[in-house]
Ligand binder design. Structure first.
Ligand SMILES: [Zn+2]
Length: 325
């Protein structure tokens, strides 16, 4: 019988045991305290870390001393598995020894290289966004997701990696590099940023080095992911931010409702051909006061999904309702 301990977990300087003698969690606060705290998990039996957290040397020291309690050192870790490439989940990697085995989607390598950054910058300068007042906000937020790790690591593609008791499950919709991790004998799933409590915007706009444009499929992938997770039957779900989740159906249904409500709203306000910036502006003016990036991402990805479903059409930078439907 598994003995799950439910504890109220405060952010602190030690690892909290969340599945008895098996899974430990450390909650890390970001430098900008308005940003959400980030979880790193330690699988004791497998001797694996899930995610590496934001760039914060102090927390790296904490992880080192916490591992010591289990008689382990950072050098002895079997692997660090990354749920996706965003800086708040991989920034701390730069303090890890370069021989650390780092596993994740191979495309993460593009986000830790400077060449990826220059490709994105060139693309943005040519995009229609450059003419808008939001250009710098969007550009800065997008550039932030490129971590400079100075070729210290080559991320091993999870598709070619075998780790005892671990299953990699390709689910996507938050970023270009999402993967979920299952611990087989515990029947639990690490969901990265794909399943979080109380999150409004999930699909991010990212540059796709392969198509040399924005990734356009995230929102439709996210909808499929919600379907798959809703039908799944894990004992617990461990997100990369916030508390563990048991009642996934409730969270997913809220997300579904929001997606379809927003699609209907989009169709309603599009009384003339609109750019993605104009649609975002109309729908999310209150959010935009804080930052344009997330509402823009969400709107862009949702429009792409509606485009694929044929509900709207796109011409010369403008979206309009498809009257033929
Ligand atoms: Zn993320």
């Amino acid at each position: 019988m598994l003995n799950f301990q439910y504890k109220f977990i405060i952010q602190g300087d030690e690892m909290e045991e969340i599945v008895q003698n098996r899974i430990y969690k450390i909650v890390i606060s970001q430098v900008n305290t308005k940003e959400p705290t980030v979880n790193i998990y330690y699988l004791k039996k497998e001797n694996i870390l899930i995610d590496a957290g934001p760039d914060n040397k102090a927390y790296f020291t904490v992880i080192e001393s916490e591992l010591k309690k289990f008689g382990k050192t950072i050098d002895e870790l079997n692997a660090v598995i990354l749920t996706h490439h965003h800086t708040d989940h991989i920034g701390m990697l730069k303090y890890f020894p370069s021989k650390t085995r780092v596993v994740g989607d191979k495309d993460i390598n593009k986000f830790i290289s400077d060449s990826g950054k220059y490709q994105l910058l060139n693309y943005l300068k040519m995009s229609e966004l450059v003419q808008t007042q939001y250009f710098f906000d969007i550009k800065d937020k997008m550039m932030l997701e490129y971590s400079s790790l100075d070729d210290k690591f080559e991320i091993e593609d999870y598709r070619n990696v075998h780790l005892n008791n671990i299953n990699f499950i390709k689910l996507s919709g938050h970023s270009t590099t999402d993967v979920c991790i299952e611990v087989k004998d515990l029947n639990v799933l690490f969901t990265g940023d794909l399943l979080l409590q109380g999150v409004y915007f999930n699909s991010i706009v990212e540059f796709d080095c392969n198509t040399k444009g924005f990734n356009t499929t995230l929102s439709s992938e996210y909808e499929k992911t919600l379907d798959v997770i809703r039908k799944s039957d894990y004992s617990l779900y461990f997100p990369a931010h916030g508390d563990s989740i048991t009642d996934i159906k409730k969270i997913i249904d809220i997300n579904y409702k929001r997606l379809s409500k927003n699609k209907r709203k989009f169709l309603k306000i599009m009384d003339h051909p609109m750019s993605v910036v104009e649609v975002t502006d109309r729908l999310f003016s209150t959010f935009i006061r804080f930052s344009m990036f997330l509402p823009f991402s969400y709107t862009y990805q949702l429009l792409q999904s509606m485009l694929q479903e044929g509900e709207i059409v796109y011409e010369n930078g403008f979206y309009r309702v498809n009257e033929n439907v």
